[in-house]
Design a protein around this ligand. Structure first.
Ligand SMILES: O=C[C@H](O)[C@H](O)COP(=O)(O)O
Ligand SMILES: C=C(OP(=O)(O)O)C(=O)O
Ligand SMILES: [Mn+2]
Length: 432
């Protein structure tokens, strides 16, 4: 990874990000409204939170027009097959393992990096599969995870204020006015590097005759819409097999839910500690009106302190609605804090605690803990604390390379997988 990613420090307060109400982001400075491609007479575009403000609209139109003519990155039949695999997860017959960088970077696409994440997910999957005695569906946060929602629209360093980094699809990480100005040509580069990554992933998966799927947050709607195609089987976003909507953009009347309601890919939505059962039920009605197992995944990211209190009501009421969604635990985003050194970090003990809480909730309700969603890398970075080869607070500067959130390194990822294997083996619904 490029040295410019080292020592990334954040002036924004990371500790409370899980507690920030979703609506607070809606009117944030620097947020533009991106409407649907075509609107009927008298209709208005739903507001889109967390969009970059593109200064060059003509360049944006040119790039999105070009992307709209290019082949999709994935095939419709692949998306359909992933829906079938996720239906098995929803029925309790498989486990979902979703992971990868918080933010992929264009410069970070190397064979070593892609192999590292792929191999880590593969090893984790083998461990979890053995513990659960179930097949594991491997889904990378890869080949398109290039857009980031932010707590603050700006970053302040040494008295200078610039737009926050919103992912390589929007602007650059370097703290200069040129780099931080959103550039629509990045959308084309994002398509190209996603294709490069996918090419390698397909080769790695084929070598083992394994299935591997791709996913990213469908945040930057100009990009997602440009890669959406109307096919004989319906409308699909062919930028990835699965796309998800994040905690900051799941407003019921917002453009992001509106977008995924219109596509047939399997989709996921993050639910933070402020989410109510009514919020979840409204999302079910909107995205999964036919109650199709595999269509909708909820990614719970409550935080270790909240998961045991907040999750039961959501799971039981969604279950009572007749929906058979996949429940996945993201134990990363509710457990973020800033270390005294200024590094945004997470402690593996807290991550494990949230995972255990997630399993306890499902054990009490008799439902299936569908899987895990983690930010991780195969490299030996020092971004999260703890583990059997422990990273201590003083180690954080050694290899802190993430462009956004702290990732588990390979060793910490395997620690997590061993814990999951154990939890599945002991879970009441386990086949053992
Ligand atoms: O993954 C994403 C981060 O949690 C999100 O971008 C917010 O991070 P921030 O609080 O550093 O802006
Ligand atoms: C921004 C992210 O998560 P959340 O929407 O849960 O905050 C993420 O997955 O990187
Ligand atoms: Mn993240």
């Amino acid at each position: 990874m490029n040295s410019r990613h080292r020592h990334a420090q954040f002036s924004v307060t990371g500790a409370g990000s899980a507690r920030r109400p979703v609506v607070a982001e809606r009117q944030a400075h620097g947020t533009s409204t991106a409407g649907p491609a075509a609107l009927g007479p008298g209709t208005t575009a739903p507001p889109a939170a967390q969009q970059p403000v593109w200064p060059d609209q003509a360049a944006l139109r040119a790039v999105t027009g070009e992307l709209a003519t290019l082949p999709g990155l994935v095939l419709v039949e692949e998306c359909v097959r992933l829906s079938e695999r996720l239906a098995a997860v929803a029925r309790g017959e498989a486990v979902l393992l979703q992971g990868g960088d918080c933010a992929e970077t264009f410069d970070g696409v190397s064979e070593e990096h892609v192999r590292g994440t792929f191999g880590t997910l593969d090893e984790m999957g083998a461990l979890i599969s053995a513990g659960a005695a179930l097949p594991v569906v491997r889904l990378g946060r890869m080949a398109g995870q290039y857009a980031k929602p932010r707590s603050s629209p700006v970053e302040v360093r040494g008295g200078e204020t610039l737009p926050a980094y919103r992912g390589d699809l929007a602007n650059g990480l370097a703290f200069t006015p040129e780099s931080r100005t959103p550039d629509p040509r990045r959308l084309r580069r994002g398509y190209q590097v996603s294709a490069t990554t996918l090419n390698l992933l397909r080769a790695l998966a084929a070598r083992r005759g394994a299935e591997f799927w791709t996913s990213h947050e469908a945040l930057l709607l100009d990009y997602e819409r440009a890669l959406t195609r109307t096919t004989a089987s319906g409308v699909y976003d062919l930028s990835a097999h699965l796309v998800w909507i994040g905690e900051r953009t799941r407003q019921p009347d917002g453009a992001h839910l509106d977008f995924v309601a219109g596509i047939r890919n399997p989709v996921a939505v993050k639910l933070g500690p402020g989410a109510t059962a009514d919020d979840a039920l409204a999302i079910v009605d909107r995205l999964d009106p036919d109650r199709t197992p595999g269509r909708l995944t909820f990614i719970s990211r409550m935080g270790a302190d909240a998961v045991r209190d907040t999750l039961p009501d959501l799971v039981s009421k969604v279950q009572a609605s007749g929906a058979r969604v996949v429940w996945v635990c993201d134990p990363m985003h509710g457990n973020t804090f800033v270390a005294p050194s200024g590094h945004k970090t997470r402690d593996l003990d807290r991550i494990m605690d949230e995972v255990r809480g997630f399993f306890e909730v499902h054990a009490a309700l008799g439902t299936h803990p569908g899987g895990i969603h983690a930010e991780l890398t195969g490299e030996h970075v020092t971004e999260c604390l703890g583990g059997t080869r422990p990273v201590a607070p003083e180690d954080l500067p050694t290899r802190y390379e993430t462009a956004c959130d702290p990732r588990l390194n390979r060793c910490q990822s395997l620690d997590l997988a061993r814990e999951l294997a154990d939890l599945y083996a002991r879970h009441p619904s386990s086949r053992r």
